[in-house]
Design a protein around this ligand. Sequence first.
Ligand code: ATP
Ligand code: MG
Ligand code: MG
Length: 548
Amino acid sequence: KSASSNNFIKTIVAEDLAAGRVTEVVTRFPPEPNGYLHIGHAKSICLNFELADEFKGRTNLRFDDTNPVKEDVEYVESIKRDVQWLGFEWDGLFFASDYFGQMYDKALLLIRKGLAYVDDQSVDQIRENRGTLTEPGVESPYRNRSVEENLDLFERMRKGEFANGEKVLRAKIDMASPNVNLRDPVIYRIVHAHHHNTGDAWCIYPMYAFAHPLEDAIEGVTHSICTLEFEDQRPFYDWVVEHCETEAKPRQYEFNRLNLTNTVMSKRKLKQLVDEKVVDGWDDPRMPTISGLRRKGYTPEAIRAFCREIGVAKSYGVVDERMLEHFIREDLKLKAPRTMAVLRPLKVVITNYPEGETEWLEAENNSENEEMGTRRIPFSREIYIEQDDFMEVPPPKYFRLFPGNEVRLKHAYFIKCEEVVKNDAGEVVELRCTYDPETKSGSGFSGRKVKGTIHWVEASQAVPATFRLYEPLIRDEDEGEDSSFLERINPNSLETLEGFVEPGMKDAAGQDKFQFFRHGYFNVDPKDSAPGRPVFNRIVSLKSSFEV
Ligand code: ATP
Ligand code: MG
Ligand code: MG
């Protein structure tokens, strides 16, 4: 299906342009800088930027930083990096906090129009008096203060005369409205806290629902796209735009947020995983953050293709995480060199191969993409193979190595297992094999066939490497009635192995990606790798039963 067939907002934009309701599309991506972005945010980023791109409009990156307590410049920087890495360029870079003055003026305007009042009730009282879906709310005893008194009190709130929670400013709408959000919502509160951008200039801060439509209006945003939870807020969004007499008249549209199986998707929860050191930072490859996916080895292309495929709708759903994996396989299939790595090494001595000799074999870099050329790999008397490519007592249909059996070494020769060497504990520590020089790969040998092909790395020049294999950090199936996500943490989410790669990969640099024969796609970890000592994160295994 085409991208446009699964994006209803695109249809709206096209109609708005055709009808002349807007002359240019302006969207924005408005993260709160209180954590790192996750794959859910990627969906919103792709939606907003691609929509504007398609209609030759503009997209702003706007930090929705109206809550001083949780926000931090570290998050601001990480968000910029992640949006750029995904491949998008913002037109304007803005901070909602830069509009505090204008928002304050709009609050004054509402007070003067008799549409806002200072309430002395506590937050708890206000919540209690809001009513329910079936019961109307109770009007505050302070609701009918005069404009003068409200102006005076609001000014004194701004000057810092009151403590946190002592007073709030509320919109005066309708305590009996069937939409609870219209029952005199709080629009300003007192927070004596240092703000990452405005410092100590303010001790009153606008509430999100009041600030957001003003931010959109100030920037001339035409289509303000948010997730479905905000649908009930739309009447208040429109109320603010109307009564604050903004010049631009932005409109809000809602779409379904992305949920993935086996994944928690909330900055608050992800922050908890970081703070409690369940993971090694926001960019731990097990995290669904954009930085974690990048470090795991995901590419921007794969993430964008995934976002396009899942589409934009109004219905709630959970996307199978294997669909994301499908897109990274597709992206790397023809791009990543296919090399050999031994993750759990077992030494093999080829007894009839001349001692001290090395030959260089030609190996194709990608059997599905000839343009990637070939490389040369060494072969000699001692190699490493995978431990589980040998079984002393093979089950039926086991075609790899066992005593007396012959297999093909990828890119090399047939070898036959002649002898098994064990340590005192009875563990297999080495195999003694013979090879047949007639069977060299590419020689056209057809004398006999073998059923198994295994991979290997020549021992004397092998590069020691660390491999990290991942499982989901959180597992849905462990979900209990009242278990928090912290109780669903998979204790086996990370397995670390020490093995070897081909010598040509000695200088693999951070973020280089490979397909290791039979093991899947791996990324060179940009933080933990050292020169000559790479660490590989497994991005995804080779096959999945999942079909898009
Ligand atoms: P979280 O609950 O994870 O902190 P948020 O919505 O509070 O998410 P914001 O920083 O406010 O995070 O989000 C910025 C934008 O990203 C918003 O427009 C929001 O709708 C969108 N967004 C957040 N999570 C998702 C998601 N899972 N799927 C799609 N869009 C999302
Ligand atoms: Mg949030
Ligand atoms: Mg939010």
